[in-house]
Design a protein around this ligand. Sequence first.
Ligand code: CO
Length: 144
Amino acid sequence: MKKVALFIASTMIAGASYAKTCDVKVEGTDAMSYNTKTIAVAGCTDVKLSLKHTGKLPKAAMGHNVVIAPESEMKNVIADATKAGPAKDYTPTSASVVVASKLVGGGESTEVSFATSKLKKGTKYKFFCTFPGHSAVMVGDVTF
Ligand code: CO
C-alpha cells in the first residue's frame, strides 16, 4: 500500500513540474509598434499570450494583432490576411499559422493561448501584426 501511494505522489509531482503555462504580455501602440522585439517561451509547455493596445486610434486605422508563423511563411501569411480584408479583421487562415490573436483597436485587449509543442525545432518563428503595412515594423522573434 505504502509503495503504491508513493508512486502516485511522485507521478503527480512529475506531471505538475512538466506542464508550465507562461504569461506573455505584448503591447501595441498608436505609433505602429510593439513594446518588444522578442517573445520568449523556452521552458513553457503552454503560452497565454495577451495583447494590449495602449493607444487611442480605432481598429480600422491602427489595428493590431499578434500572429505567430514560421519566418519562411511570413509573406504568404500576410498575403492571406490582406485577402481576408477588414471584414475579417485581416485574420490569416493559413495552415502554417501557429496562433493568431484577434485584431484590437486603441484601449482594447485580447488574449489567446497555444501549446509550444506546435513550434518545430530548427524552424525560425516570427510574431507580427497582419494589419496592412504593419509587419514591416511590427515584427519580432519567437525564441523557444
Ligand atoms: Co498593427
